[in-house]
Design a protein around this ligand. Structure first.
Ligand code: NBP
Length: 478
């Protein structure tokens, strides 16, 4: 065969990825279960580069140069297993099978182990940036063996997005499921970012009394500062958009029930298993869930509470500036939590993930791309063993400077009855970390009382139990 890479699964993602490879000068074998998609790709975009259309799995495999590199871009879950089962018997030792779908990292670990026994490299790759990213340059998070990256890396570097310093936004993340794990956390952080922006919008609308158009302007201004990011940019676009049918602001005619495909939920489920407090991501997932409970919301609409009273003039502007501070501070906390989860995953699964490199490949191509990621990249460059992003001097100073406004915003939201689970959870996390003493001591006392779960003391080593039902003397339990 002559094709350096093959793509099977030519729906929007696979088709655009195949075009990206071809536009970068690679010969690309293309295949899809339903042949019509393969033919359509070559008819519509055949002049963009060298495509080798394959009608069958055998033809597809025969079209690839050895060791073969083939990308599976089908619906995640059972379809991925079906495609692996179809192709694996046709492959040889040393071939590289790449899964670019949104697989759960546990599935990727299982598939990698299976294929390793057959001498095949299985590389789970997280790809972010949606269909536009797939075509023009995504952020790419490959897992799998270091050996597979030697053969695959140069191709991925060509099709990846480029950060401002010209570096391609791809790096080998770590073995087996590391790439899909990091992509999962990326999506969790994306949920949190979106929720924080939504809360900022809600406050500007209800408390500052701004119109959607004015809020779009406000976000555009913020986008020129430290919040410069793709998500803030598109937020302004969405808010400025007018519905053609009604002439109303677009945001006012969209049903207010957020949906989800599940990667945010996975992030939280795995965080619970790892014992990592990702409260910001969890609140974002739950906020979507609350919004979706239409019947519950309808049954609760008459519950008593304040109706926000919009501020006017200078007071509204002062409040808007405070919201920017609250958004930025909460964003620092979200990323702190997300990077903590990656660190914990890396330790649990022995992946040895370089957190600075993760931040650097999120600088472009992906949905959470932002100037902020340059800051995280340099924080880890200064200190690769940073225990937490909040231990970075720069971030600590910024959050310190933002905190008065942040507190004021959370307090105002509570007084006015505007839900801000993201801002509030982020602040609670920050204050819990700062606290010299937490009421967890009392929790331990309760646990010892009802379940003899024992406690440790502040002044002596060992574990202890108080005889609550007896004379309340203390016994040492080990
Ligand atoms: P879809 O997730 O909609 O999957 C459609 C593709 O899967 C078609 O090529 C279809 O073939 C193929 N397929 C299915 Br369904 N079952 C199959 C089976 N049993 N055997 C062989 N092929 C089968 O496509 P997509 O939206 O392009 O996404 C592809 C992957 O990329 C997914 O895992 C997705 O989660 C991930 N992803 C998507 C985005 C995004 O923005 N959309 C971003 C990042 C990652 P057919 O044509 O014969 O039906």
């Amino acid at each position: 065969g002559t094709a350096q890479i093959g793509v099977t699964g030519l729906a929007v993602m696979g088709r655009n990825l195949a075009r990206n490879f071809a536009r970068n000068g690679f010969t690309v074998a293309v295949h899809n279960r339903t042949g019509a998609r393969t033919r359509a790709l070559v008819e519509e975009f055949g002049d963009e580069g060298d495509f080798v259309p394959a009608g069958t799995a055998e033809e597809f495999v025969a079209a690839l140069e050895r060791p073969r590199r083939l990308v599976i871009m089908v619906k995640a879950g059972e379809p991925t297993d079906a495609v692996i089962e179809e192709f694996a018997p046709l492959l040889d030792e040393g071939d590289v099978v790449i899964d670019g779908g949104n697989a759960h990292f546990a599935d990727t670990r299982r598939r990698e182990k299976e294929l390793r026994k057959r001498g095949i490299h299985f590389v789970g790759v997280g790809i972010s940036g949606g269909e536009e990213g797939a075509l023009h340059g995504p952020s790419i998070m490959p897992g799998g063996s270091a050996e597979s990256y030697v053969s695959l890396g140069p191709l991925l570097e060509r099709i990846a997005a480029k950060a401002d310093d010209g570096a391609p936004t791809v790096a080998h993340i770590g073995p087996d499921g590391a790439g899909h794990f990091v992509k999962m956390v990326h999506n969790g952080i994306e949920y949190a970012d979106m929720q924080l922006i939504a809360e900022a919008y809600h406050l500007l609308r209800s408390v500052a009394g701004y119109s959607p158009a004015r809020i779009a302007e406000t976000f555009r201004t913020w986008n020129r500062g430290r919040l410069d990011s793709y998500l803030i940019e598109i937020t302004a676009e969405v808010l400025a958009h007018t519905d053609a049918a009604t002439g109303k602001p677009f945001v006012d005619i969209v049903a207010d029930q957020a949906e989800q495909k599940g990667t945010g939920r996975w992030t939280v489920q795995i965080a619970l298993d790892l014992g990592v407090p990702v409260s910001g991501i969890a609140e974002a997932v739950f906020a979507r869930s609350v919004s979706g409970h239409g019947a519950l919301r309808a049954a609760s609409r008459e519950l008593p509470g304040p109706v926000p009273e919009p501020l006017d003039g200078a007071a509204a502007e002062r409040f808007a500036a405070r919201v920017e501070q609250a958004l930025y501070a909460s964003k620092i906390v979200s990323y702190t939590q997300g990077f903590h989860q990656i660190q914990a995953g890396s330790e649990t699964y022995d992946w040895d993930i370089d957190l600075g490199s993760v931040a650097s490949i999120w600088r472009a191509g992906c949905i959470i791309r932002a100037a902020f990621l340059d800051r995280i990249t340099s924080a880890y460059a200064q200190r690769s063993d940073l225990p937490s992003l909040l231990s970075d001097k720069g971030f600590a100073e910024e959050i310190g400077a933002a905190q008065d406004d942040w507190r004021e915003v959370v307090a105002t939201a509570a007084r006015q009855g505007v839900p801000t689970p993201g801002f509030s959870a982020a602040l609670a996390y920050y204050d819990a970390l700062r606290a010299p003493r937490l009421p967890a001591a009392l929790t331990q006392g309760q646990r010892d009382f009802f379940g003899a779960h024992t406690y440790r003391r502040t002044d002596r080593e060992g574990s202890f139990h108080t005889l609550w039902g007896g004379d309340r003397s203390e016994v040492s339990t080990g």
